[in-house]
Unconditional design. Sequence first.
Length: 169
Amino acid sequence: MKAHRAMIFVLSATFLTLGAGGTVYAHGDKHPSKSKAQPISTEETAFGRQGDPKKVDRTIEISMTDNMRFTPASLTVRQGETIRFVVKNTGQMMHEMVLGTMDELKAHGEMMKQHPGMEHDEPYQAHVAAGKKEEMIWQFTKPGEFHYACLIPGHFEAGMVGKITVSKK
């Protein structure tokens, strides 16, 4: 009976760590080096897919500060455009930029409250230490309104969110 309960606990914990569509959300101070050559993911999300660094259309710098804001706070891109985001943390604490729909970001933010030590490893996330910068390359394949947010507990709630409008081709 104890073994049965232990197995149920392990399976429940595993399923709780999975996001919608089987995506594992990852956060924490340690994250894989984005400078190492890794294959480009072909996974399509509601807000696009990982972009090819050889096919970048333009670079957009995003600044994150301890006043819980992104600069710029809104962006407009074209459907199909591949953006190199240079994400700079000019603050004194850890911040991140996570792309997604508002519903996905809210759900992910709730998961972060429950599991604040999880590690990042998704191409639509940049976890940036104080005074550092990271790059993220993303192709916006669908028109619509999407967002970027810092999902470190308390940051999203304090207003650390931006909007991306993707216009049709």
